[in-house]
Structures are given as C-alpha cells and as structure tokens.
Design a protein around this ligand. Structure first.
Ligand code: ATP
Length: 235
C-alpha cells in the first residue's frame, strides 16, 4: 500500500492542509494518510502553541468524513496517551521535540514489506528541509510529495536538498526556468512536485481572525470553526 504521512503543528488544521492531502491521495494513489500533529515541533519552539489535545481534536473533526484520513497520535505527549506514572519526578518526564525521522521509523514498524511511505509537505517547509534532524536519512526512508507555490522553480527544490543529495550547480542551472512541478528523481532522493493548490489559508491568518472575532468559514469547515468558538481558542 502507498501510505502518506502529513506532519504539522495544525494550530488549527485548515482547508489548505486538506486540499494538499486530497490532491496527494488522488495523484499518488495513496491508500491512507496519517495526519500527525507535533506535540513539540522542533522548528516552532519559540512561538506559543495551543495544547496538543485541542490541535488533535480539531484534526479528528476535520478528517472525520474521509475514510483514508487518519488523525494520528504518533507525536502525542506521552502523558496524554499512556497511563500517567506518578512515581516519576517531573524533571525526568520527557519533553523532547518530535523529530520526523523518529516518527517515520515508528510508523514504518507497522508496515508490510510492500508498503511505501510518502511524506507530504508544503514548499515553504520543504525549503528548510536540509536543516531537519537527520535530513539525508529522511530521503532514504520515504519519497516526498511537495505542494508547490507560485514563484518556486525546480532549481529551488533541488537546491533545498541536503548538500550530499544536491545536484551540482551545472546540472540545476537549466532548472531555474522550470516551474516546480513533475518528479525529481535523484540518487538518494525522490521528490514529487504537485502544482500550486491555490489555497491561501494559513493557520496564522485563522488565529488572527479568531482573535479579532471574525468569521472563520473561509478557512475551515463548520465543525472546526465551532470547536474554536466553543473552546475560546486564539483569544
Ligand atoms: P502557521 O501559519 O502557524 O505557520 P500553517 O498554516 O503553515 O501554520 P502548519 O501546521 O505549520 O500550518 O503546516 C503543516 C504543513 O502544511 C506544512 O508542510 C505547510 O507547508 C503545509 N501548508 C500549510 N498551509 C498550506 C496551504 N495553504 N497550502 C498548501 N500547503 C500548506
């Protein structure tokens, strides 16, 4: 089976995320997509983040109608999903960032030999991929599906790769004029590029709209909008 993994902070999940997942599901014949909310995202540790339970609840609501979309607890805080061990002093409790490479390896423990993993990601996040923990190993473990954005060229995608996987400049030079679509198949990395999804939604814009008491129907479906309102999130 072709299995997708879509990680993010999902604070909150919105139509841009769902459009990316739906397009990837169809285009790459995925059978299932795990939506993984990070408890402690390594790249966004400085900004305030809603508690994991709220972000997970919104993921569960947003994915409820789609059989192939699975809200995942792979990066849930340990206390939230296992019985609480009261014998452990607070300072010894794990509060480590969730590294995608660890999540991938945990998910793959459940795989059959014929299963193939696809990591779903937006172009803005992919631009920083070389800085991710064990970046080269990520490319060995899975194929990437990147949602492109206007203005990005195939050269931008190739140059974002970790240095050891990056093609030489003379190879990528002609890529500057090519839009970031199609497949980039290199030794050690396979990157599938989906054309721009034309989804302007961003979690930042939603948090700002909620704080200003504006309607959220443009960005999220009713169950998620109602949840944000009921729980008083982003005030
Ligand atoms: P924030 O505004 O808080 O930075 P976000 O809307 O970018 O959040 P994340 O949870 O950080 O949401 O994103 C998870 C993944 O979804 C990332 O790979 C990101 O690139 C991608 N993504 C986010 N918004 C869109 C969108 N509108 N279209 C396509 N991909 C998106």
């Amino acid at each position: 089976m072709n299995i997708g993994l879509f990680g993010g902070t999902f604070d909150p999940v919105h139509r841009g995320h769902l459009a990316l997942a739906r397009t990837a599901l169809e285009q790459y014949k995925l059978h299932r997509i795990h939506f993984v909310a990070a408890n402690i995202p390594p790249h966004k540790q400085r900004q305030p983040l809603s508690p994991f339970v709220h972000r997970f609840a919104m993921l569960a609501l947003a994915t409820a109608a789609e059989k192939a979309f699975v809200p995942s607890l792979l990066e849930a805080p340990e206390e939230g999903v296992t019985p609480i061990r009261r014998d452990r002093p607070e300072k010894d409790r794990p509060e480590k960032p969730n590294f995608t490479i660890d999540t991938i390896r945990r998910l793959k423990q459940t795989f059959k030999a014929s299963d193939q993993l696809f990591l779903l990601i937006g172009m803005d996040a992919f631009a920083d991929i070389a800085k991710w923990h064990q970046a080269e190993a990520l490319f060995r473990e899975c194929e990437f599906v990147v949602a492109s954005r206007p203005g990005y060229s195939l050269a931008d995608v190739a140059n974002a790769l970790p240095e050891s996987l990056r093609p030489r400049p003379e190879v990528t030079r002609p890529f500057h004029k090519q839009p970031a679509t199609g497949d980039l198949v290199l030794k050690g990395a396979t990157v599938h590029l989906m054309a721009d999804l034309h989804q302007a939604a961003s979690a930042t814009a939603i948090r700002q709209a909620a704080a200003a008491g504006k309607p959220l129907g443009r960005f999220v479906d009713a169950p998620v909008a109602d949840y944000i309102k009921k729980m008083g999130l982003y005030k």
